[in-house]
Design a protein around this ligand. Structure first.
Ligand code: SAM
Length: 320
């Protein structure tokens, strides 16, 4: 059975890269009024305490999101009107501020304590997506969120957390293999206005070596079912042939399907004397918003500065 628990890793550098990319992508898609099907094939527990034993034991959030809290600007209410069709004409330049959008979203889960207190709650991808789809200017659109989680404890936690959202049929979840469950969701249903729109986050723990091949197979199959979907894949950058091969394989799949792609990586580097654990990861996006590369090139330099630990700290953003 699985031993990976995301509670030990929530808010670490990998989550920072993943969730900045996810939020910037979803926000761009939400500039259009057609309803979205959002799929999270590997959901985790949904939301995490940063002051619980798991987070305190690993210390990963301390080296991640905690170092970014000080960069969070005081937020005014975002002005994000929805156009009936197409781009909102006077939408602010949100891509230029993907880091602030991310920090504001995390801050919104931490409003109950004193203003300057250390953040104690970290939203996982299900709660990130739910927060975006229920913002007042999006509420009438009826986006839907589909979640999969297999770990018995995280499944129970996810169920309990999602129940608190009282989201009704807008959010559904299954204790199923997310790779298999994805097949039944694509292509997504036709939304009001006649369009089909879907975004899929594939975020396994890669605890099992076969996950790498399963990710590639899921993307290949998904592109056949729904070539215009937006697919986001997180992957670790580690010394393992499968990990090196995965982004190359995803690029080939995108190119064979004639679709645009984007690859972003975040390396926090290694301090003198070395450090245990993951030091780099990447996001591969198929059919990315045309604004995403610029958004990440603006967002990631301050992240590297805040989270970097030494030799090799860097970010990359490539697109094709
Ligand atoms: N996406 C989450 C986030 O960003 O907050 C984190 C997910 S965590 C990296 C991966 C999760 O996938 C773990 O909770 C694990 O139990 C679960 N998992 C592993 N294999 C799975 C599978 N085949 N289908 C669904 N969930 C799976």
């Amino acid at each position: 059975m699985f031993s990976y628990r995301h509670a030990f890793h929530a808010g670490n550098h990998a989550d920072v890269l993943k969730h900045i990319t996810l939020i910037a992508t979803v926000r761009h898609l939400m500039r259009k009024s057609g309803a979205l099907t959002l799929v999270d094939t590997h959901a985790g527990a949904g939301i995490y305490r940063l002051d619980d034993e798991a987070a305190q034991t690993s210390g990963e959030a301390q080296q991640g999101i905690a170092r970014l809290q000080g960069l969070c600007a005081p937020q005014s209410k975002p002005n994000r009107p929805l156009a009936p069709d197409g781009q909102a004409p006077d939408a602010p330049d949100i891509e230029a501020d993907a880091l602030q959008e991310y920090l504001a979203l995390v801050a919104s889960f931490n409003r109950s304590g004193p203003a300057k207190a250390a953040w104690r709650v970290y939203p996982g991808s299900p709660f990130v997506l739910h927060a975006l789809m229920t913002e007042p200017e999006r509420a009438a659109v009826h986006d839907r969120l589909r979640l999969f989680e297999l770990h018995p404890s995280d499944w129970l936690a996810l169920q309990a957390h999602v129940a608190q959202l009282e989201a009704g049929r807008q959010v559904s979840m299954a204790r199923e293999d997310g790779f298999a469950g994805l097949k039944a969701l694509l292509p997504p249903p036709v939304a009001a206005g006649g369009s089909r729109r879907a975004l899929v986050l594939i975020d396994p723990s890669y605890e099992i070596k076969s996950d790498y091949a399963k990710v590639a197979a899921a993307v290949q199959d998904s592109l056949k079912r729904f070539v215009t979907g937006v697919y986001l894949v997180w992957y670790p950058i580690i010394a393992r042939p499968e990990a090196h091969a995965l982004p190359r394989r995803l690029k080939t799949l995108a190119q064979q399907a004639g679709r645009d792609w984007l690859q972003a990586t975040l390396h926090i580097g290694v301090p003198p004397g070395g450090a245990p654990g993951l030091s780099a990861s990447g996001m591969f996006v198929i059919n990315p918003p045309h604004t995403l590369a610029a958004a990440l090139r603006a967002a990631l330099p301050p992240v590297v500065q805040a989270l970097g630990r030494g030799r090799g700290q860097a970010y990359t953003v490539d697109a094709g």
